[in-house]
Design a protein around this ligand. Structure first.
Ligand code: MF3
Ligand code: CO
Ligand code: CO
Length: 256
């Protein structure tokens, strides 16, 4: 066994990751325009499924370990892996939409939390802190740095705002595999973790709770919720490390 099972991809593989990342980012932008009071999460799923197919991609979540839909929709106290269905969005909800696509055998994985209509100041702050936490984590990524740097940076930032970081779910290596090594921990673990090397592809996707970090899985076997029913928000990007840079492959062109 090699010391580390984290894949080092070929320099040209970043081109494939850019294609997958671009489609995932485009789906997220597209579905964001449909997020509004009155639409169901199932309708959002159908819209995304059609969009992905029209662009020649495949949803990586559909049938993944039996997951029944093409996207994940996680509303309010749902942390992640919410299953789209009959739930109708109402003003004040926050909804994370998580898109993972497969394009020519490579994966792009990205999510963001949207606010529906008017929400509370707390919800607004939580969503804002979750987005910033993701960027704080990405900013801690350096070629030849360590994975532990990511969680340390996010923990410092989130503690300062009085929110908590989910521990039971992590970022992950990605590429030809949807979920690969390493586990990208988003909290302070007091371990340096593996070294970050050029050719590594992985996600940074902190889940931030207004209350306790503790989570549980509902009876459907998928939906992850906060145990104290507090709100949860999440943002996710897929990133690629090169010799001298860290590229966010799921960043939309206009935002780069
Ligand atoms: N996209 C999620 C992630 O960021 C995983 C969803 S798996 C599913 O890793 F089966 F729930 F869709
Ligand atoms: Co992911
Ligand atoms: Co995801």
């Amino acid at each position: 066994m090699p010391m580390s099972a984290i894949k080092i991809h070929k320099a040209e593989d970043i081109v494939s990751m850019r294609s997958a990342g671009e489609l995932a980012a485009d789906v997220l932008e597209f579905v964001g325009k449909h997020v509004a009071e009155g639409i169901t999460t199932g309708e959002l799923d159908t819209l995304c499924s059609e969009f992905i197919t029209a662009r020649g991609g495949v949803s990586a979540t559909l049938s993944y370990n039996g997951f029944p839909k093409s996207i994940c929709t996680s509303v309010n106290h749902v942390v992640c892996h919410g299953i789209p269905g009959n739930y109708r969005l109402k003003s004040g909800d926050i909804i994370n939409i998580d898109i993972t696509v497969n394009v020519n055998g490579w994966h792009g994985d990205t999510s963001r939390t949207f606010i529906v209509g008017q929400c509370t100041e707390l919800a607004k702050m939580l969503v804002d802190v979750a987005e910033q936490a993701m960027y704080v984590g990405i900013s801690a990524v350096r070629p030849y740095g360590h994975f532990g740097d990511i969680g340390s940076a996010i923990q410092k930032f989130v503690d300062h705002h009085g929110f908590s970081i989910v521990r039971s779910y992590c970022g992950h290596g990605i590429g030809r595999e949807f979920h690969d090594e390493p586990m990208v921990v988003h909290h302070e673990s007091h371990e340096p973790g593996p070294q970050i090397l050029p050719g590594m592809f992985f996600t940074v996707e902190p889940m931030i709770n207004a209350g306790s970090y503790k989570t549980k899985v509902e009876k459907d076997g998928w939906t992850v919720v906060t145990v104290d029913k507090s709100l949860s928000a999440q943002f996710e990007h897929t990133i690629a490390v090169t010799e001298d840079s860290v590229e966010i492959v799921t960043m939309r062109a206009q935002q780069k």
